[in-house]
Design a binder for this molecule. Structure first.
Ligand code: NAD
Length: 351
């Protein structure tokens, strides 16, 4: 099989490439990436392999994309503007990357009849409180003047378009709705919580929790997530379906900060920063986000295998390597006297 992975030099894309190459001697991958949030370092270890080709360019470059699609047997479309911070900082470019890029990938997949997986996000459930989130549950979006909803809305449009292609032409397409995915190679530069907490803990900086820290999330190890993506694209019964991919054990963000501190043996304080200070005005966040994983279990026998501690240890070890520090699990010295955690801010509650 020859796979095209758009966003292949990104965090999830690079792990998916590793997984596909390890799955068969015959597998080859083309990684199409503009290196905007991804990096060469993520795929440097694959350099020189005959089965790997890195194309540096944008999914919105139709000629380049067409060449890559034509030569592939199957496509994983992961290229996207990712994360709320990036969407707040570069709103036009972010919406255009998602909508134009996915439109181009789907049109070419249809022209060449290639199976395609679209990476969507749990953000499409928006402010829904109907937990756990089932794939057929309602989307509950905020107002369009709250820029943070642009990411969720653009990714939802991506899903609508993919399903429209399936209905019109039976395009073999599957949509994976990824929940918080974490692990080595994830960068904290675009506001992702776990790499930032690990880096802060490892360097003795305050671990900064936005809001009151009571918001809860479920973290899935990237290794579990890419296994699910590979199996979903190969499963004919998944075609025309939206499928949640993630983990379903919850932890509060305040609790996550404390656990990172413990596992990294850090002396950092946990510091709470009001949303108004962390983001621009009018930021909205969700209290909880828990996937229902029944559909993934039924279609591909999926169940997350890694624990939250695995996620933290692997992310921390990667951050330690980047910082040139001893990995936390091999540290023997005791941390200096622990700084007290500052209490969450009183007053305005999150919506
Ligand atoms: N990491 C998560 O927790 C998470 C959660 C939900 C959904 N997702 C989805 O998974 C996918 C991969 O996300 P990730 O976490 O690996 O982030 P990432 O930023 O590491 O990966 C995205 C990749 O796309 C590339 N890219 C961006 N614009 C491009 C363009 N125009 N042309 C070519 N490449 C482009 C980036 O350089 C990057 O390598 C995205 O579609 C994202 O929406 C991720």
């Amino acid at each position: 099989m020859r796979y095209l992975i758009t966003g292949g030099a990104g965090f999830i894309g690079s792990h998916l490439a590793d997984r596909l190459l390890a799955s068969s001697h015959d597998a080859s991958v083309v990684l199409l990436d503009n290196l905007s949030t991804g990096s060469y370092a993520n795929v440097e270890h694959l350099e020189g392999r005959a089965s790997v080709r890195l194309l540096i360019g944008s999914v919105t470059d139709e000629a380049l994309l067409e060449e890559a699609v034509r030569e592939a047997d199957a496509i994983f479309h992961l290229a996207s503007a990712v994360g709320v911070k990036l969407v707040l900082d570069k709103p036009v470019q972010s919406i255009e990357t998602i909508v134009k890029g996915t439109n181009a990938v789907l049109a070419l997949a249809r022209r060449y009849r290639r199976p395609v997986l679209i990476a969507s996000t749990s953000e499409v459930y928006g402010k829904s409180k109907d937990l756990p989130f089932r794939e057929d549950g309602d989307q509950v979006m905020g107002a369009t003047d709250k820029q943070r909803w642009a990411y969720a809305s653009a990714k939802a449009l991506e899903e609508f378009l993919a399903l429209a292609h399936f209905r019109e032409s039976r395009l073999p397409v599957v949509i994976a709705r990824l929940f918080n995915t974490v692990g080595p190679r994830q960068t904290g530069s675009y506001g992702m919580v776990l790499p930032n907490f690990c880096r802060q803990a490892l360097t003795g900086q305050p671990i900064t929790v936005y809001g009151d820290g009571k918001q809860r999330r479920c973290f899935c190890h990237v290794s579990d997530a890419v296994g699910a993506l590979a199996r979903l694209l190969a499963q004919p019964d998944a075609r025309g379906q939206v499928v949640n991919v993630g983990a379903d054990r919850e932890i509060s963000i305040g609790g996550l900060a404390e656990r990172v501190k413990e596992l990294t043996r850090s002396a950092s304080a946990v510091q709470y920063i009001p949303y108004e200070q962390a983001y621009r005005d009018g930021f909205e966040d969700m209290e909880r986000r828990v996937p229902c994983l029944e559909k993934a279990a039924r279609l591909i026998g999926y169940a997350p295998r890694h624990s939250l501690d695995d996620c933290i240890r692997d992310t921390a070890a990667h951050q330690a390597r980047l910082l040139g520090l001893t990995p936390p699990e091999t540290r023997t010295e005791k941390p200096p006297m622990s700084a007290p955690s500052r209490k969450p801010p009183r007053g305005r509650r999150r919506k």
